[in-house]
Design a protein around this ligand. Structure first.
Ligand code: ADP
Length: 625
């Protein structure tokens, strides 16, 4: 069951909003400046019109001096034109600076994810937190996304209020003449205080009621998000290309339609929000609108009574009615902005919980010595590892030395820990127990980026970018074209490259270029191998490098393996034992432990060993020589 979000205190609300505002100021100062200047301008300039119009009316109703009237009218029109012009310019500036706020916010999250230790990405809490934040943002516009709008609303309300007050003060100070009979009551401080109190009460009530209505959305954000999530899946079912065949085969669209059209869903006519809208949300919103109208009525009565009694002229009536309405608008805006900021505070708290996730991996500072002879000795010493949140060991007491320049094969059944072993080797994770040493020193003590530079890995689930082929190989926009072509050739992609009309400049896939090429799984794997070669790191790791290749391409890679690897230390992972025979040494993994280690012949000779068993199990599929 979705939980109801708890409201934050005012001080927490201020802290959270200030922190969010500072993020925008630091990252996008021009956007903040343009938005705030626009607000200041649009909040204060209406008073120029109000003040000048009052002077014009007073002149018309009073001394009727034609020259002064002409001057006032021209001034009113001129200032209105100038204000409109500057407003348009400011708005243009704001639009160009503030464009894509949604992307800007997404960018903040994306940078955090890129900066995060790899291990954090595995934590379910991390994924859940980010998913909740994004659902709240996409569903209700909550979180960081709302901060700028709230700041603008707050700023606008305060300025409107101040401007309004400065033009309204004299309404209460200007006195009804003593000969006005009962109307002189309007001069009494008690009456004035009473009128102000009533107006403030009404002014407070309208936005408070409206905030109360809004709080039902915030408090039920989880149900709102769930409804949105269901709707985004069922409503867009037809867009899911990967489901298209199954949907047709089993007419799953009918099954989904039943969920999509359910009247009891969050947004259905019998759902939570329909009930809330018919009930409290509707009532509070209606009451808020009614109260606002009462305020305008009360303001008119008070101003007109004073004018009727002779406290001021006709021009002042328009000025006071307009400015008092502005004061009320300012107070309403202030209360509603503060209310919205408070409603948003618990969503911001989630955002900061995500942005503050610490990187738990120790960051060493030792530099990795640059060695031309690639003499880097890595050793696993009694290493055990559990994935975050898992209580079973994926690796157990693994001890192993990588002999420089040799080819090590890592074999074993699926789930035996081969990939985990490689991820620890590259320090994507740190061991739970034991240590990994580089030239005798714990790898945690080295500079992380420099240590990473020692490895070129082709992961099983590698990904290529829908960018140019050459950029994919070099992982850079500016690169050595000759070297890139050479690496592609070594990886067996030469023939394909020759056929590409734009060679290295051909886009992979068609996402960003209609002339892009779609590469098969096998071709993609060759490009990924070329990418690993281009990096030219002392260690090359190929995780199931031939899984997507056809038998001919696989044979081609094997025959070139020595060429490909050169003088690098190579680790070759496969569950196809026949493809590991050429390695100098083979480590057999089983249930997270290294159960055997030796050459192919040595391991096969041990008839009771795991290798022998695996070899013969696979021999029925492959006729080995
Ligand atoms: P292999 O590469 O030999 O197929 P893996 O190293 O991928 O095996 O997996 C070893 C064990 O660790 C398996 O039991 C697998 O389910 C588990 N495992 C792998 N990745 C994760 C992960 N990200 N979180 C939790 N468990 C994982």
């Amino acid at each position: 069951m979705p939980k109801k979000a708890k409201r934050k205190s005012w001080s927490e609300m201020i802290k959270l909003n200030c922190r969010a505002f500072q993020i925008f100021c630091k990252r996008y100062p021009q956007m903040v400046l343009s938005r705030l200047l626009c607000v200041i301008w649009t909040s204060l300039t209406p008073y120029v019109g109000i003040y000048l119009s009052a002077l014009v009316i007073d002149e018309l109703a009073g001394s009727r001096n034609a020259a002064r009237l002409r001057f006032l009218v021209l001034l009113t029109l001129g200032s209105a034109a100038l204000i409109a012009l500057i407003s348009a310019l400011l708005n243009k500036w704001k639009e160009t600076r503030g464009a894509g706020l949604w992307f800007k916010v997404e960018h903040i999250f994306s940078e955090k994810l890129l900066d995060m230790d790899y291990v954090n990405l595995d934590e379910t809490e991390t994924a859940e937190l980010l998913s909740t934040i994004r659902q709240n943002q996409n569903g209700g516009g909550w979180g960081l996304y709302r901060v700028m709008a709230n700041c603008e609303a707050l700023c606008s309300a305060v300025l409107t209020l101040l401007g309004g007050i400065s033009l309204t003060v004299s309404l209460f100070i200007r006195r009804v003449p003593q000969n006005a009979g009962a109307y002189t009551l309007l001069n009494k401080p008690a009456v004035i205080f009473f009128v102000i109190a009533v107006m403030l009460a009404i002014t407070y009530l309208a936005p408070a009621l409206s905030n109360k209505a809004g709080s039902y959305w915030a408090r039920n954000a989880d149900s709102h998000n769930l409804g949105n999530r269901l709707f985004s899946f069922f409503g867009w079912l037809g867009y899911h290309r990967e489901l298209a065949a199954d949907v047709r085969m089993y007419r799953q669209d009918r099954m989904c339609e039943r969920y999509n059209r359910s009247k009891d869903g969050a947004f259905g006519s019998n759902g939570l929000f329909a009930h809330l809208s018919l009930g409290p949300i509707g009532l509070y919103s209606a009451a808020s609108s009614a109260v606002s109208v009462i305020f305008t009525g009360a303001a008119y009565v008070f101003v007109c009574l004073k004018a009727w009694a002779g406290a001021f002229g006709l021009g002042a009536v328009t000025q006071y009615v307009a400015s008092i309405t502005k004061v009320s608008g300012g107070v309403s805006g202030l209360i509603s902005a503060l209310g919205d900021m408070r409603n948003n505070a618990s969503f911001l708290e989630q955002v900061f919980a995500f942005l503050d996730i610490p990187n738990p991996m120790y960051q060493g500072s030792l530099t990795v010595e640059k060695r031309r002879d690639r003499s880097y000795q890595v050793e696993f010493r009694n290493v055990s590892f559990r994935y975050p949140g898992s209580d079973t060991y994926a690796l157990r007491n693994v001890s192993m030395k990588f002999v420089i320049g040799r080819r090590l094969a890592v074999v074993g059944m699926n789930g035996s820990g081969k990939t985990t072993f490689i991820k620890l080797l590259c320090r994507l994770y740190d061991p739970t127990e034991g240590e990994i040493l580089l030239n005798g020193i714990d790898i945690r003590k080295y500079n992380y980026a420099e240590y990473m530079n020692l490895f070129s890995v082709v992961f099983q689930d590698f990904k290529l970018f829908a960018l140019k082929l050459g950029e994919n190989v070099a992982s850079k926009a500016e690169y050595d074209r000759h070297l890139a072509a050479d690496c592609l050739e070594k990886a067996g992609f030469a023939e394909n490259l020759a056929k590409l009309p734009r060679g290295l400049d051909t886009f992979l896939y068609k996402d960003y270029d209609k002339d892009g090429v779609n590469v098969s799984g096998g071709e993609a794997q060759k490009i990924a191998i070329a990418r690993a070669l281009y990096k030219d790191a002392p260690f090359i790791v190929l995780d199931e490098p031939t899984a997507a290749l056809d038998p001919i391409a696989e044979a081609e890679i094997y025959s070139k393996f020595n060429d490909i690897v050169g003088d690098k230390t190579a680790v070759y992972i496969s569950h196809r034992l026949s493809s590991c025979k050429f390695c100098d040494e083979i480590a057999v993994f089983h249930e997270g432990a290294v159960v055997q280690q030796g050459t192919h012949d040595e391991l096969l000779a041990d008839e009771t060993g795991m290798y022998h068993q695996l070899w013969h199990a696979q021999a029925q599929y492959y006729t080995e020589s």
